[in-house]
Design a protein around this ligand. Structure first.
Ligand SMILES: *Cc1c(COP(=O)(O)O)cnc(C)c1O
Ligand SMILES: [Zn+2]
Length: 406
């Protein structure tokens, strides 16, 4: 039995190829590298019926994951999160078939655990002992915890304004944590120097090719949960863009495997915050790459990425699927978070809330039709951002009574 059909790494920009069983980061041309699989060979032995008896985690798709030998898999049971019908919100939005893929229910409370599980497993397989990465919080938390499980030492640099809980997750995991008075792009420069001087394994977004492989499993799961019928629209809160690139890659692979209808894509929507919307701007101008977004700011910290190294891949995924890009305000995000909690009983993260506001707007202007199947990605737990909710609660003295005014 072949555990993985990984074949090689491939550059989407210049078509160069690299070996899969050696450490590689960016292509010589500066582009991120993507993993190619021998799908023809996989098709001969791997059938979707095989999934029925496999555990409900992302490793059920191991044939299309990059780890060659199962003994290197580092897992906490991540994946196969619920796809929840959002009937009440859907009704108010005019989208009866509205669903939420709830990524709050994975280890570390954000979908970053998918990228960390696969990225760390592959790092272990490649013999890595020390890694370094910049982060807006959730990725650093996930990677440092999985690194500990794998026995890999981690160096994490995050903006000092990142959600404080993620700082604590890195610290409790025993990571070497540093804060920077700046943005993730500033953290990235510091990590870049460390990597050059010390030779540590660079786990920055898309500078190692395997994180995306973990994140693409969201796409596999959504399709499996729809019984291999392609939904019409998937909305994704886009920062570095790995999730949306990954979902697109998953759909392409599933088509090549012959598991879903050939040529039918969900329209992919990149949702950003008005305070940091480089992809939206590029899409509106019909560009192939984005420009650095100066002075970026938003409460949705996971999508505060002023310039993503894989921006051209995000834009390609949008153009190829007839999708779009849309920005929402922090005020709308906060209102939506409460709306989802009060109607559907889920405390979602600000990034996830942004996708519901986007769906609302796209339905209003007719871009989404009433009969369409629409999936919003909630990328993390609301409880990871306690500061994002302001509460003003009456304080009672012992013995006080509550009088309800009618
Ligand atoms: C990192 C993150 C995002 C953005 O994900 P990308 O795949 O990098 O675009 C969205 N939401 C949350 C909660 C995140 O932590
Ligand atoms: Zn290249």
């Amino acid at each position: 039995m072949t555990y993985s059909y990984i074949e090689r790494l491939h550059c989407p920009k210049c078509d160069a190829t690299y070996k899969a069983n050696e450490i590689n980061h960016l292509c010589q041309c500066g582009s991120p590298l993507l993993v190619n699989y021998d799908i023809e060979a996989a098709k001969q032995t791997w059938k979707k019926e095989d999934l029925q008896t496999r555990p409900a985690n992302l490793w059920r798709y191991h044939e299309m994951l990059p780890i060659i030998s199962e003994e290197h898999v580092v897992t906490l049971g991540e994946g196969m999160t619920p796809l929840i019908p959002m009937n009440k919100i859907g009704k108010t939005l005019g989208i009866p078939s509205l669903y939420m893929k709830d990524e709050g229910l994975v280890p570390t409370g954000s979908f970053k655990a998918r990228g960390a599980a696969v990225g760390i497993s592959k790092a272990k397989e490649l013999g890595v002992t020390k890694l370094a990465m910049p982060t807006n919080g959730n990725a650093g938390a996930a990677w440092s915890l999985y690194a500990s499980r794998a026995g890999i030492e981690s160096y994490i640099v995050m903006p000092k304004d990142a959600p404080s809980i993620t700082r604590k997750e890195c610290a409790i995991a025993g990571a070497n944590l540093f804060l920077v008075d700046g943005l993730i792009s500033d953290a990235g420069k510091i990590v870049g120097e460390l990597v050059q001087e010390e030779g540590f394994y660079d786990s920055s977004t898309l500078k190692e090719p395997y994180r995306i492989e973990g994140k693409k499993t969201m796409g596999y799961e959504i399709l499996e949960q729809f019984n291999w019928k392609v939904p019409d629209v998937i909305l994704y809160p886009t920062g570095g863009g790995v999730g949306i690139i990954g979902i697109y890659k998953a759909i392409v692979e599933l088509q090549q495997l012959g598991w879903i209808e050939e040529g039918k894509f969900p329209r992919l929507v990149a949702v950003q915050a008005e305070g940091c919307a480089p992809i939206v701007k590029a899409w509106e101008e019909g560009k192939k790459e984005s420009m650095f977004w100066e002075g970026s700011e938003t409460i949705a910290f996971g999508i505060n990425v002023p310039k993503a190294i894989g921006d051209f891949l995000v834009l390609e995924a949008i153009y190829k699927t007839n999708g779009c890009a849309i920005a929402v305000s922090d005020q709308e995000i906060a209102r939506e978070q409460a709306c989802v909690a009060q109607n559907e009983g889920v405390f979602i993260c600000p990034e996830g809330a942004a996708t519901f506001t986007a769906a609302r707007k796209l339905r209003e202007d007719g871009w989404i039709q009433e009969d369409e199947h629409v999936v919003c990605l909630n990328t993390g737990q609301g409880i990871k951002y306690p500061e994002s909710v302001y509460v003003d609660v009456p304080l009672l003295q012992c013995g006080d009574r509550i009088s309800i005014k009618s």
